[in-house]
Design a binder for this molecule. Structure first.
Ligand code: ADP
Ligand code: MG
Length: 547
């Protein structure tokens, strides 16, 4: 990275910190959950590395230790996990780890929306500066003999220096608490927060208060417990911890699968959009465990159109030493992926059938992503159609199912009609809809960017093709007019022919044809696309891309 880039980024982080620290909306309590989650990740990473190099752990139990010091107004969180080298300290703590920095900052700055959004983000390591005037990270990477100290007051600069003393392995995060946050140096506060936010971390957590050491969390994996022993609150807490989220899960899927394959999945559908939902890499973050050992969160266990699902899968059959290639080619994993996608869709369908209100939230947040599946995953198209909800001319409030559309089709109606555009209001007012309104024929109003694509590849639903209202002659003649006010005056055929010829003459090459049609009721003329070419909206998109 060039120096200029680094500087710009630091300014960005500094601004971000300022906004975060001064935001009354994110509770500062969050910092503890974030630091514990980093410590737990570090232990899990080392546990995984030790599978091939047992010397790395020296056989000791991996654990997290928290030491509050009320007299000094300090709080220390240590782990004996992988630790960080000097370069890693600079790279990992000097930049915002997650890809969404810029979007996060924008969301914070967009006053009103930002307030609603802020609660959704896992803020990571930097949240420590919400409560601390100074943060010091002393770390020794597993297998290294050097210890380094990274120190910052959060203003965008940090120092890095060799440390005189420090953990034998792993990381110690030392916080000098702000005057108004000294409560975090109290053992009772820490105990309450850990029990509340981090009770099911898969690594033990100890609290050292004075002379006494107490285990607050025993490190048993929540997902390994029977469902009947887990409360809704525990699921929610675990979801928030693993996803770095603040909302409630809209759907929790906890299942143990036995038979040809054995695994447990604990998956969550959030109720709010995470900020990286539309990142171009379209990656999911489901964690893969093998027999309680964390392996990777980059196995892409679900298809990209389910990337909003959070949680984990713990396999009993996979080998512990899964290589990169095996993640792509291992047949057990391939079967498991397919079964997982099916299960998620089935459970979402159940939610849609039993709790419309909650499902409506899921659809609002993730509908545009799910629809990507309609053209990407032909095999599951029907399952996806069953989940899809629409706004239409007769149901402008949304929530319309395709099955209902088909049930309510008019006599002689053979296609499912849709209008695509950028904007719902403009769509609904389009003159292309007049002829349909006059016949009380429902038209789907599609305004997500992905809509222009799937309607062209989806072929149809229950044998009915999708047809754009802007395309060719929309076979409206066959459908009886219900609203008599819209019947156009009967004009002499010869007059119409003369008028059409005049218009064609005037417009010349700019149009391919001038036709009379029944699609309009009150407007005199409109532009339509040909039956077989691009729909008008798609033409616009393709035109913009200069193709
Ligand atoms: P995230 O956890 O989402 O990656 P964070 O901002 O919380 O983002 O942490 C940034 C990075 O710093 C981590 O990805 C990790 O590489 C490193 N890190 C933070 N804390 C620790 C720790 N206790 N031990 C080892 N690495 C750590
Ligand atoms: Mg983190």
């Amino acid at each position: 990275m060039s120096q200029a880039e680094t500087r710009a980024f630091e300014a960005d982080v500094a601004r971000l910190l300022h906004l975060m620290v001064h935001s009354v909306y994110s509770s500062p309590d969050v910092f503890l959950r974030e630091l514990i989650s980093n410590a737990a990740d570090a232990c899990e990473k080392l546990r995984q590395m030790a599978l091939t190099d047992p010397g790395l752990t020296g056989g000791d139990t991996l654990a997290i230790e928290i030491v509050p010091d009320p007299d000094a107004g300090r709080l220390t969180i240590s782990d004996n996990g992988v630790g960080m080298t000097r370069d890693e300290l600079i790279d990992h703590l000097g930049t915002m780890a997650r890809s969404g920095t810029e979007k996060f900052r924008q969301a914070l700055e967009e006053k009103d929306q930002g307030k609603a959004l802020i609660g959704q983000f896992g803020v990571g390591f930097y949240s420590a500066f919400m409560v601390a005037t100074e943060v010091s990270v002393v770390s020794r990477a597993a297998g290294s003999s050097e210890t380094w100290r990274w120190t910052s007051d959060g203003s965008g600069e940090f120092t890095i220096a060799p440390a005189e003393e420090g953990p034998e392995r792993g990381t110690r995060v030392e916080l000098t608490l702000r005057d108004d946050h000294k409560e975090y140096a109290q053992a009772a506060t820490i105990e309450r927060l850990v029990r509340h936010h981090s009770a099911h971390v898969p690594v033990p957590i100890k609290l050292l208060a004075g002379e006494e050491t107490r285990e607050l969390v025993d490190g048993t994996a929540l997902w390994a417990k029977p469902k009947s022993e887990i409360s809704d609150e525990e699921y929610t807490e675990f979801y928030r911890f693993t996803a770095g989220a603040f909302d409630d899960p809209a759907l929790t899927v906890h299942a143990r699968v036995e038979g040809r394959q054995e695994y447990t999945c604990l998956l969550f559908v959030p109720s709010m959009q995470p900020f990286d939902l539309f990142d171009p890499d379209r990656k999911g973050r489901i964690k893969l465990y093998v027999r309680r050992v964390f392996i990777t969160d980059d196995a892409q266990l679900l298809p990209p159109y389910l990337r909003f699902v959070r949680g984990l899968v713990d396999s009993e059959d996979l080998p512990l030493n899964l290589s990169r290639e095996m993640l792509q080619t291992n047949p057990t994993l391939t079967q498991m992926k397919s079964a997982l996608a099916r299960r998620v869709l089935t459970e979402m369908r159940k939610l849609a059938d039993t709790d419309e209100e909650t499902y409506a939230k899921v659809w609002d947040a993730f509908g545009a992503v799910l629809k990507e599946g309609i053209y990407e995953d032909a095999e599951r198209r029907d399952e996806l159609f069953a989940l899809t909800r629409f706004r239409s001319t007769t149901h402008p409030e949304g929530g319309r199912k395709l099955a209902r559309y088909v049930e309510d089709m008019k006599p002689n109606q053979t296609a499912i009609y849709y209008a695509v555009g950028d904007d719902q209001a403009r769509l609904a007012a389009s003159p292309h809809l007049e002829g349909f309104k006059a016949r009380d024929v429902e038209v789907l109003l599609l305004s997500d960017p992905v809509d222009a694509f799937w309607v062209r590849t989806a072929l149809g639903f229950e044998g009915k093709p999708f047809k754009s209202v802007t395309q060719g002659s929309a076979d409206l003649e066959q459908i009886p007019v219900t609203d008599k006010r819209h019947v156009p005056d009967s004009a002499k055929a010869s007059d119409i022919a003369t008028l059409s010829a005049l218009i064609k003459d005037t417009l010349g090459e700019r149009v391919s044809e001038v036709k009379t049609s029944t699609r309009l009721a009150t407007s005199p003329a409109c532009l339509v696309a040909s039956d077989f070419g691009y729909d008008l909206q798609l033409e616009k998109i393709v035109g913009r891309q200069g193709q």
